[in-house]
Ligand binder design. Structure first.
Ligand SMILES: Cc1cc2nc3c(=O)[nH]c(=O)nc-3n(C[C@H](O)[C@H](O)[C@H](O)COP(=O)(O)O)c2cc1C
Length: 360
């Protein structure tokens, strides 16, 4: 058997993932009510069956206007919590850790599903008035967002706390705060979208205030034995925007506030971004943040090959890898990767008879 590092357990606080492969959060655009449906059980459940260490839900909205599309999962009501509970239970029964991503879309909300064009939905057409730090739209053709008042900003972190409490009650063991991809918390971080002149805008300290408040408040409400991740866009890929230096600095602060890992993504804030997309193109952010801030990191973005994932973890560039599209192509990616790396991994007993027999 090989000495794969990818297929060693990963313990954070009181929770242990059986290996270091993660199903990255992926919107399914499949529930007009925000309630988890059979689709979500089958989609997430089959990836737990497939051997992943942690299975994350899609971005679950903490308020109705925090949805990205009109068909996103929600976790702003007890009914939504109760619909998610059997999914968390099923994921755990398969030996995976159940994770949930909590999100507020801000100015990038009120959209249609990508397969219906992904355009802006007006209020009355299943859409809503979007909110943001400042009245600067993401797309020039979209309506101006409403700039949040100080009272409304307090409502945002309160909504994250209530969502985290529901996530705990639903049986999730890891929570990830979505502060990436140009959604509300990222909109506060970046000087390109945050033009406020109060204590939430201007300096690094002010722009990071809401992200810090959310992490601090969720950490207090989320059980001490359960890990908390934060997904950051480590750069906007635009001059004058949020960048890697600021991400390192923020990661240090978030570690101090009790975050356990930074999920290192990038982009999504400004349409002028120029992203050098290629295999593992965001891994250097995970490596740098891990090295300079001392927090554990997750690498994500065009990680598709077993050897590639193994190398990222074994070299110490990241503590774990998250895969998105490759998990859509192959729900059993960890079972197949373990075979390729000659790492022992349990197959679901129901599938044992299909397990490839090693060639002598
Ligand atoms: C269909 C789809 C939906 C996504 N939804 C989310 C989401 O809800 N939250 C999030 O943080 N990222 C989301 N992403 C981004 C992925 O989590 C991931 O960061 C990105 O696809 C890069 O990884 P990959 O190259 O392995 O696909 C989504 C990606 C896809 C393809």
């Amino acid at each position: 058997m090989s000495a794969s590092r990818l297929f060693t357990p990963w313990t954070l606080r009181g929770v242990t993932a059986r290996n270091r492969t993660i199903v990255s959060p992926m919107c399914e655009y499949s529930t007009p009510s925000g309630l988890a449906l059979p689709w979500h059980l089958v989609h997430l459940g089959s990836r737990a069956v497939g051997g992943a260490g942690i299975v994350f839900t899609e971005a679950a909205a903490v308020t109705p206007e925090g949805r990205i599309s009109a068909d996103d999962l929600g976790i702003w009501s007890d009914e939504q919590r109760d619909a998610l509970a059997p999914i968390a239970a099923f994921i755990r029964e398969q030996g995976a850790v159940a994770g949930i991503q909590l999100a507020h879309a801000g100015r990038k909300g009120s959209t249609d599903a990508p397969w219906r064009g992904g355009g802006h939905l007006d209020p009355g057409q299943r859409g809503w008035q979007v909110v943001a730090p400042s009245p600067v739209p993401y797309h020039p053709a979209w309506p101006l967002p409403h700039a949040l008042t100080l009272e409304e900003i307090a409502g945002v972190w309160e909504a994250f706390v209530a969502a985290a409490q529901r996530a705990d009650q639903a049986g999730f063991d890891v929570v990830e705060i979505h502060a990436a991809h140009g959604y509300l918390l990222h909109q506060f971080l970046s000087p390109l979208s945050n033009q406020r002149r109060d204590e939430y805008g201007g300096t690094f300290e002010n722009r990071t205030r809401l992200a810090r408040e959310v992490v601090e408040a969720v950490r207090r409400a989320w059980p001490a034995h359960k890990p908390l991740f934060v997904r950051l866009s480590c750069t906007d890929w635009v001059d004058g925007g949020w960048d890697a230096d600021q991400s390192v600095e923020l990661a240090r602060v978030l570690k101090h506030l009790g975050a356990d890992a930074i999920d290192c993504s990038s982009g999504g804030l400004d349409r002028a971004q120029k992203i050098p997309v290629g295999p593992g193109y965001q891994v250097p952010f995970a490596e740098r943040i891990r090295r300079e801030s001392g927090i554990q990191t997750i690498a994500v973005g065009m990680i598709t090959q077993a050897q590639q994932a193994e190398e990222i973890v074994a070299s110490g560039s990241a503590d774990a890898v998250a895969l998105a599209r490759e998990f859509l192509r192959d729900p059993f990616w960890p079972l197949h990767a373990a075979q390729e790396l000659d790492a022992g991994i349990a197959w679901p007993v129901q599938y044992e008879r299909a397990r490839p027999v090693p060639v002598a």
